[in-house]
Design a binder for this molecule. Structure first.
Ligand SMILES: Nc1ncnc2c1ncn2[C@@H]1O[C@H](COP(=O)(O)OP(=O)(O)OP(=O)(O)O)[C@@H](O)[C@H]1O
Ligand SMILES: [Mg+2]
Length: 261
């Protein structure tokens, strides 16, 4: 399968009052077309920073990457055309309706008004939002909001969809719906999905392959079965134990040992 994302030594440092912070120290990875990649790591590992670089929202301070054959440094517009991005905390206007939000997004991607209306109907159908089109965004539940965030990111039929913790805070039924949607995007449209999550059952169920990062570098990479065998000694091991063996930490902040005060 063709490579759709390739990064070499991708790095980002931030200057802060307290000196430089090396959020991402040099990430090397490849993602193949039509793959669901689980991008895992403890809090502060550099996942969001990496996603923001790969979607051109943040300039790297080192290294290079291509997305859908477009170089981050020289063809940011091409990268943006190829990508959809759902941020860790989505940003929709609470006052306007779901329909207006989707039509506006279509117009931003230069669809004509008629095309934007048609695309809105299509996305609403695909994401189960049809009944909600005339609701104000501010009245949606967390799961409905997440579906709207994803609909907006799919407006221009991106080849690659970046999802930063898409299911955080969702109830089990909404999470299951999103899993089904993510699989459907891969199976029906050949969309490549680059996903971060702290839910390891989710990463295990959904991901064709995992890349685990810690302190800004890749520390392990492979199919869930390969990582379980390599780091926890058995393909029947849980991904929790595997993650703990790799990073020395639990992936789910709520599972972490209580901090002494
Ligand atoms: N704009 C910024 N200025 C300074 N430091 C930053 C900035 N953005 C991120 N960082 C730091 O970079 C590191 C990586 O942050 P990042 O948000 O990429 O982590 P993450 O893996 O997404 O974590 P989480 O699981 O908590 O979402 C953290 O130490 C963070 O505090
Ligand atoms: Mg993050």
């Amino acid at each position: 399968m063709a490579t759709v994302i390739s990064a070499a030594g991708l790095a980002r440092a931030f200057q802060t009052k307290h000196g430089p912070v090396e959020a991402v120290r040099g990430i090397d990875l490849t993602v193949r077309e039509g793959e669901i990649l689980g991008f895992l790591g403890p809090n502060g590992a550099g996942k969001t920073t990496t996603l923001r670089m790969l979607t051109t929202l943040l300039a790297p301070t080192g290294g290079a990457a291509t997305v859908a054959g477009c170089d981050l440094a020289t063809d940011a517009a091409g990268v943006r055309r190829a990508c959809g991005y759902v941020a860790q905390s989505g940003g929709v206007d609470p006052q306007i309706s779901v329909r207006e939000e989707l039509v506006t997004q279509g117009r931003l991607y230069r669809l004509t008004k008629d095309q934007a209306i048609a695309r809105t109907a299509e996305l609403a159908r695909d994401l189960g939002l049809t009944e909600l089109l005339d609701r104000r965004c501010g009245t949606l539940s967390g799961g409905q909001r997440r579906r709207l965030d994803i609909a907006m990111a799919l407006t221009h039929r991106p080849k690659v969809l970046f999802l930063d913790e898409p299911t955080t805070g969702l109830d089990p039924a909404s999470r299951a719906d999103l899993w089904e949607l993510i699989r459907r995007l891969r199976d029906e449209y050949g969309t490549t999905v680059f996903l971060t999550t702290h839910y390891l059952d989710e990463a295990d169920a959904l991901s064709d392959r995992l890349v685990i990062v810690d302190q800004g570098v890749v520390v392990a990479e492979g199919t869930p079965a390969k990582l379980k065998l390599e780091f926890a000694g058995s393909i029947d091991a849980s991904l929790q134990d595997t993650f703990l063996a790799i990073t020395g930490r639990s992936a789910t902040p709520t599972d972490a040992a209580p901090v002494a005060v």
